[in-house]
Design a protein around this ligand. Sequence first.
Ligand code: TRP
Length: 330
Amino acid sequence: MAKDETKKRVFSGIQPSGIVHIGNYLGAIRNWVGMLQECDCIFCVVDLHAMTVQYDPERMQENVRETLTVNMAAGLDPEKCTLFVQSHVPEHTELTWILNTCASHADLARMTQFKDKSRRNRENINCGLFTYPILMAADILLYRAELVPVGEDQTQHLEFAREVCRTFNSRYGETFPEPKPRFGKVTRLMGLDGKAKMSKSMNNYLPLLAEPDEIVSLLRPAVTDPARVKRSDPGTPEICNIHTMHLGFSPPEDMAWCEQGCRTAGIGCVECKKRLADNMNEELKPMRERYNQYKKNPGYVNSVMEDGAKRCRELAEETMRTVRKKTGLR
Ligand code: TRP
């Protein structure tokens, strides 16, 4: 896709977990889709970031492809944005090194994600896990992105990237625009267990491309308002995770029906979940269809990755020419 000079450049990264669930969709992808028209969007599957935790090299390719394909099916239309894989553009690692020299060790040491991940996995506290935010800063600055749509969990990393950007600019002269966060409509979705945020690692997720009967069977045991033990017990919609999902997928009249029914015990959780499943299915059906089309045509997915990498290499090379000159390397 040709660069449109009048549009703001947007960049975001996607972890190649191979699983895309409705939490990812409501929390990120759907907001990105809303930016495709007005912005010049670049989305990157971040395989280099994925190496900072334990992973299976044998499954990397498959996970990268699957993540990309599901995101395309979910609405990241390759005709309307640029999609690529991080390691296909070697400049990410080159800029990372240079930004290493602009990044504060003390700032990195404050990153809560590093503290969490290293606490959870004491056997593999590697340097890449520590410098992860520098690679993320390089991702953004390499394309001179102005807007970065992020979730709450990435705000600290983005603030760090802004600081690295300011340090580079003040040391070597104005080079990069300062990237601003763009927070979408936040839907904090809990997992089906009602205990933790929906995530692959907690195994409490509803896959975005689940078939209708799978949606029903996963929702059936999903945790609701604990006050509703019997159908005749009234509940509080605001504290129910199913209600949050309705907010994401249901039209206003259904919302009203569910809220009213829950408060007055007019409907049971089973009916409430049934209505949710129907509405989800409405929105997810075209995605499943697109996904099946893409799966039948791996050559097309390859060409999306190749075209994306080609455009991004050109943009990255242009940035790196400037960076090398300003830093006195060439
Ligand atoms: N760290 C982000 C995440 O885990 C992914 C990411 C990598 C990213 N590079 C990025 C997000 C650049 C925004 C911009 O979700």
